[in-house]
Design a protein around this ligand. Sequence first.
Ligand SMILES: [Fe+2]
Length: 179
Amino acid sequence: MRKLNIGLSEEQRQGVIELLNRDLSDAYLLLIKTKKYHWDVTGPQFRTLHQLWEEQYLALTESVDSIAERVRTLGGYPVGTAEGFLKMASIKEHAGDVPTATEMVANLVEDHEQIIRNLRGHVGQSSEDFGDEGTADFLTALMEAHEEMAWMLRSFIEGESLVSDGSKTNAKIKSPVGV
Ligand SMILES: [Fe+2]
């Protein structure tokens, strides 16, 4: 790693670079999963979800780029191989599955929520353990972006059923009673 004179020790920078590479790996897997659902989705909400996932895919592409470039800003090198992303990510792939539209939305909500929990922890670690307020600020903004994407997705399954046969199947996530 190059020597930088920006008020952070090499250990501090290595600490946040490790966190950023984990967040980069999750963002990359989520980007792939979002694109796959953009392709696979069927049902009465096809057009809406197809378009929403295109928008989210583009937003995640920007995120991935900014996380990788923050790693470079701190003198490190971003993970950049499929194998590396799989090794460092916390979210899981669902190879071979073509779920219903409702299940796709629920899977992505779970992934965004996992990433939000990770980022919330990494914000604290960046500033408290590694003294890097810049990365804490950067990750806070990233967390807020995932919170918004999770809300957009969650809103689909909090109301009407999305399944094409019209049955109400989504028992996993429901609106609170009376709301
Ligand atoms: Fe497309």
